[in-house]
Design a protein around this ligand. Structure first.
Ligand code: NAP
Length: 201
C-alpha cells in the first residue's frame, strides 16, 4: 500500500465543519515537509470532549470528503469513526504504521492548541517517538506556551504559522446560527452541504 508513500501526513481534527484554514494547513505541511500524501482523519469519540451524536460524525465525514476530493494528494479515513471506544491518536498512528510499513515516516498535523494538551494524551512520549508533530498556529497564538513542554518533546514538534487559520469552525457555526454568510470561508461544496442539511441552525 505505502510503497510510493515515504512521508505521510495525518491531519487530525474535529472538522466541524472543515474550512479553508484546515485545507491551507494540510497543503502547506505537504509542501514544506515534502509529504507524499495527507490523510484527513475526523475525530471519532475524543476522550476529552463530548461531540453530539453519531449523525454529527457522519456529517463531519461527508464534509471532509467533499473538501478533500479535489486535491490528488489528499484522502480521508474513517478509522476513528468506525473504531469502537475512545479515539486515541496513538492508536490511529499505529494503525497507519501497520498499513504503510516501516519505510514510511509519519507526520501528525493538528492545531497548536491541541498540542499544548499533549502531556494528557495516551502514551504521549511514545507517540512523539513514532511520529513528528506539525502544530499549526493561528495569528495571535502564544508560541511561548509550546516552549513550556519538556525539551525532548519540543524537538519532535514543528510549529507552522498559518494566517488562514484565523478562520475557525466555531465562528462558522455561529455565523450559520445567526444567519450570516459563510461564503469564501470554506469550499462551496461544504457550504452547500451545510445549508442543504440544515446544520448548525
Ligand atoms: P479540535 O477541537 O478540532 O481543534 C483544536 C484547535 O485546533 C481548534 O482551534 C481547531 O480549529 C484547530 N485545529 C484542529 N485540527 C486542526 C488541524 N488539523 N489543522 C489546523 N488546525 C486545527 O481538536 P482536538 O479535538 O483538540 O483534536 C485535534 C487532534 O488531536 C485530533 O486528531 C484528536 O483526535 C487528537 N487528540 C488526541 C488525544 C488523545 O489521543 N488522547 C487527545 C486530544 C486530541 P477549528 O476549530 O477551526 O477546527
Amino acid at each position: 500500500m505505502g510503497e510510493s508513500v515515504k512521508r505521510l501526513g495525518i491531519m487530525g481534527g474535529t472538522f466541524n465543519p472543515i474550512h479553508y484554514g484546515h485545507l491551507v494547513t494540510a497543503e502547506s505541511a505537504r509542501s514544506k515537509f515534502g509529504l507524499d500524501q495527507v490523510i484527513f482523519v475526523p475525530s471519532g469519540h475524543p476522550p476529552h470532549k463530548r461531540l453530539r451524536d453519531n449523525s454529527d460524525a457522519e456529517h463531519r465525514a461527508m464534509m471532509t470528503l467533499l473538501a478533500t476530493i479535489t486535491n490528488p494528494a489528499f484522502t480521508m479515513s474513517r478509522v476513528e469513526l468506525d473504531r469502537e471506544g475512545y479515539s486515541y491518536s496513538y492508536d490511529t498512528v499505529n494503525y497507519f504504521r501497520e498499513q504503510y510499513g516501516d519505510g514510511t515516516e509519519i507526520f501528525f498535523i493538528t492545531g497548536a492548541d491541541a498540542i499544548l494538551e499533549i502531556f494528557t494524551w495516551k502514551n504521549a512520549a511514545e507517540l512523539l517517538r513514532i511520529c513528528t508533530f506539525i502544530a499549526a498556529t493561528r495569528p495571535g497564538f502564544d508560541l511561548g506556551d509550546v516552549h513550556k513542554l519538556p525539551e525532548g518533546w519540543q524537538d519532535r514538534i514543528q510549529l507552522m504559522r498559518i494566517p488562514a487559520l484565523s478562520i475557525s469552525s466555531t465562528d462558522i457555526r455561529r455565523r450559520v446560527h445567526g444567519g450570516d454568510t459563510i461564503k469564501y470561508l470554506l469550499p462551496e461544496a461544504v457550504e452547500n452541504y451545510i445549508l442543504k442539511q440544515g446544520l448548525y441552525l
